[in-house]
Every structure is written in C-alpha cells, then in structure tokens.
Design a protein around this ligand. Structure first.
Ligand SMILES: C[S@@+](CC[C@H](N)C(=O)[O-])C[C@H]1O[C@@H](n2cnc3c(N)ncnc32)[C@H](O)[C@@H]1O
Length: 303
C-alpha cells in the first residue's frame, strides 16, 4: 500500500486501524469503528453507501486531506461522528443532529421498520404519543411508517424540540407530528393507541464511567437517577391513564430490564430480540399496566 491512501477503500482501511489503535468507542449508531469511519469518509465525499463503485474510487489530495482532518478530530476530540457531520441515520432515514440531542441509535428503529410486527396487531392510522423525542427520529419514523397516523412528540428540553422541528420539516411530516414541551405526561390530555419512549435510563453510578464520547451528549438525555429508572417508573405508572383500552406502551430501559421487572412484579413485560443488536425494550398492553386505567384526574394508582 502507498504511503498515502489512493482510494476510498485504502483510506477506510487505514482509518479503521487508526480508530482501533486510538481506542475510541464507536457506540453512537455505528456497528463498529470501521462503520463509523465509513460514515465520515462517505459523508465528506458525498458518496452513497450502496454505490458499489465508491470503494475503489480514487481520491484527490484535497479529498483525502478533508477526510483525514475529520477522522483526526474524531480521534482527538472523541466527538461522535454524528455531531461532526451534523447527521445521523435512523430507520433508514437521515436526521439533523447536534449536541442538543442524543445521537439516534435505539433498537426502536427495527420495531418501527417492522411496524411493530409480530408484537402488536396491525395498527391503522394510530394515535401515538412519544415521550422524550430528542431529534424527533422515533416520532418521524413512526409517522412515515404509519401513513395517516397522528404523533404527539414531547420533550422537556426546548433545545431538543428545536432540533426535532428542523427534522419534522426536513421529512415533511408537519401534518402528522405535533411537538410539545412537557415533563412526561404533565398537561397532556386524551388517549393514544401507542405510547412509546426511549427515556434517559443510565444509572447515576454508570454515568461517570462512560467513554468520553458520551460526555458530548446532553446529560438530561442520559441520566436516569440512582437505579436508572426514575423516568421509566413514571412512564409505566402513568401510561394507563393515557392509553386506549387496547393500546400498548413500548418503553426502552437498556440494561434495566431486571430492575423494571422488580419494580413492577405483576406486569407481564414482553422483551423483543433484535436482529441488528441492542435490547431492553419492553412492551406491555394497557390492560396489564398498573392502576385502574382511569382518565387523568381520577387518580390512576401507581404500583
Ligand atoms: C434518551 S433521549 C431519546 C431521544 C430520542 N427519542 C431518541 O431515541 O434518539 C431522551 C430524551 O428525553 C428527554 N427528557 C428527559 N427528561 C424528560 C422529561 N421529564 N419529560 C420529557 N422528556 C424528557 C431528553 O431531553 C431527551 O431528549
């Protein structure tokens, strides 16, 4: 191999080796470090990942230097590629991202792409509530997967909602997705067929030990309290009052499945497995949720 990379494939090969030697952590939507290096190189060069000729394409000096500058920043700053590029992919769709929002990477993408089959019966123009929308990726992907659906997407962070608004416009989903600043269910009304959420769920003790890449993300998108489930408890405890009788709650807890099962021992959670990796998403039917499924104001019980 020449001293400098002559082709996209050679640069990719070198970049993957640089990333591995630097010990960076590629856990923000990339399958591995080679995948994250490819995201940077292909983005800088405006190449499509499904273009079979891209790999062997010859690089000009300027192209190689532009790629190498960003690859170097990825190593030195430990900044996830999605923030360096201002873009992340989720459920096959591109989203604008910056440090105001979590980098999209939830296994929710697989559920949405499959329209929640085989776990849920087919949904026809469902009313969906998403709690903690961040970049809006889950809400927007749902809107596109379910034509005619209505999605209310909330977040406590006005900064995150500004990013979500940009993505709603980018994907032309303004007619379906409504954005609202709210603390979980506070101030909400009505009933939904589906409540979905990927809330913050990292236990306090784990936050300090996380790789440097995670420090670039908003603290409020990760921090889940002492055992990680501060918000998840409120989401599960409150969902019954906002779901239709045949509705479902789908909530991500990451590694917190045992803690969740222990917190709600009488709730039969279902835990899907994912082909593309990831775990920790629980499904539960409205009728199996704690409380009396009463409308807001009638005092739904916690467990
Ligand atoms: C883990 S991120 C998920 C973002 C996005 N849904 C995704 O999957 O990429 C959690 C989001 O919940 C929001 N959040 C945190 N506390 C909240 C609360 N009390 N009420 C509503 N949203 C909250 C954060 O601002 C953040 O955007």
């Amino acid at each position: 191999m020449p001293a400098t990379a002559a082709t996209v494939g050679e640069l990719l090969h070198r970049a993957a080796a640089w990333f591995a030697a630097a010990g960076i952590v590629c856990a923000h939507g990339a399958a591995d470090c080679r995948d994250e290096a490819a995201a940077i190189i292909y983005h800088v060069l405006g190449l499509r990942h499904d273009d079979p000729s891209a790999y062997g394409r010859t690089l000009s000096d300027d192209e190689r230097q532009r790629c190498e500058a960003l690859l170097a920043r990825r190593i030195v700053e430990r900044q996830p590629a999605a923030y360096l590029l201002g873009e992340a992919w989720f459920a096959g769709l591109p989203f604008f991202v910056d440090r105001r929002v979590l980098v999209p990477r939830s296994p929710f993408a697989e559920l949405i792409e499959a329209r929640f089959a085989p776990w849920l019966a087919p949904l026809d123009r469902p009313r969906i509530l998403e709690l903690g929308t961040g970049s809006g990726c889950i809400a927007i992907a749902c809107a596109l997967a379910f034509p005619g659906s209505e999605v209310l997407a909330t977040d406590i962070s006005a900064d995150a909602l500004a990013v979500a608004r940009r993505n709603v416009e980018r994907h032309g989903t303004g007619g379906q997705v409504r954005l609202l600043q709210a603390d979980l269910y506070t101030g909400l009304a009505g009933r939904f067929d589906l409540i979905i959420s990927n809330p913050p769920y990292v236990p306090d003790g784990d936050l300090v030990d996380m790789p440097a890449e995670f420090a670039w993300e908003p603290h409020g998108a990760l921090a889940g309290g002492a055992d990680g489930l501060d918000l998840v408890r409120r989401i599960v405890g409150g969902a019954g009052a906002f779901l239709e009788p045949d509705g479902w709650l789908v909530v991500e807890v990451g590694g917190g499945s045992a803690v969740l099962e222990a917190a709600f021992p009488h709730v039969p959670f279902t835990w899907p497995e994912f082909e593309r990796g990831g775990d920790g998403i629980a499904l539960v039917a409205a009728g199996d949720l704690p409380g009396d499924n009463a409308p807001p104001g009638r005092g739904a019980r916690g467990e």
